[in-house]
Design a protein around this ligand. Structure first.
Ligand code: NAP
Length: 208
């Protein structure tokens, strides 16, 4: 079984990798290759550097990795701006990290028959709040994209799952001044995600 964890240099991705150690061939992807290499060495996994916003890099990654049974797209970035402060740069950053990377991934990465790809959404009621319009819009774009792509890809016998996450204490919150007090630990979040998405009849939309 081959498991591809995109965003393995981040909080949720790293915890997923730790929880999945020994369950198959683990491939860890992100841009910070030194972080990935350390984790890969510890877990007996493979580290591959790729900027997933770049079409050509995702294409090369797909060729290098081959068909995967599980794909986790734990990719994203945090950021905040009010309606009057928002900049093109922030909007581009959000849409690129959350939506564009997912688009290239589904365009190029091959899912094996019965393979599952997991994408990380957010509860609308938690993110459609003042200051988070750009993040909320990017998450909405991701969900709309995955819902549509699913209708094309289900004929291939693969499943695309969106997992809506509550707050998790990861580096995503660094530009926001740190996570809220009630945030889950990344290890707990990863454990809950795996319990839900590994059920044989896992639904397409899962809420942690
Ligand atoms: P994180 O700790 O900041 O990790 C984000 C990961 O995304 C990093 O590994 C980063 O890797 C990777 N990444 C970003 N842009 C990339 C790019 N262009 N190419 C390759 N990798 C890229 O965030 P997290 O909390 O684990 O978030 C994982 C997912 O869960 C995100 O989609 C996030 O929106 C979602 N989520 C998180 C929370 C929360 O409270 N933490 C809540 C709801 C949903 P490099 O820096 O090495 O490139």
């Amino acid at each position: 079984m081959r498991i591809l964890i995109l965003g393995a240099s981040g909080g949720i991705g790293e915890s997923l990798a730790r929880a999945l150690q020994g369950e198959g061939e683990l491939v860890l992807v992100g841009r910070r290759i030194e972080v990935l290499k350390r984790l890969a060495e510890e877990l007996g996994a493979r580290a591959v550097r790729a900027d997933l916003s770049q079409e050509s890099e995702v294409q090369s990654l797909a060729e290098e990795v081959g068909a995967v049974d599980w794909l986790f797209h734990a990719v994203g970035v945090g950021g905040r701006a009010t309606v009057h402060q928002v900049t093109v740069s922030l909007v581009e950053q959000m849409l690129t990290a959350h939506y564009l990377t997912a688009m290239w991934v589904l365009k190029y990465i091959t899912l094996a028959p019965k393979g599952r790809a997991v994408f990380f959404g957010a509860y609308p009621q938690y993110v459609r709040v003042p200051g988070f319009a750009a993040y909320a819009a990017a998450k909405a774009a991701l969900e709309a994209f995955v819902e549509t792509a699913r209708k094309e890809l289900q004929r291939q016998g693969v499943q695309l799952i969106v997992v809506r996450m509550p707050a998790v204490a990861t580096g995503l919150w660094a530009p926001l001044g740190g996570p809220p007090k009630n945030a889950l630990s990344p290890a707990e979040a990863a454990w809950r995600v795996l319990q839900l998405v590994r059920r044989p009849e896992a639904p397409n939309l899962v809420e942690v």
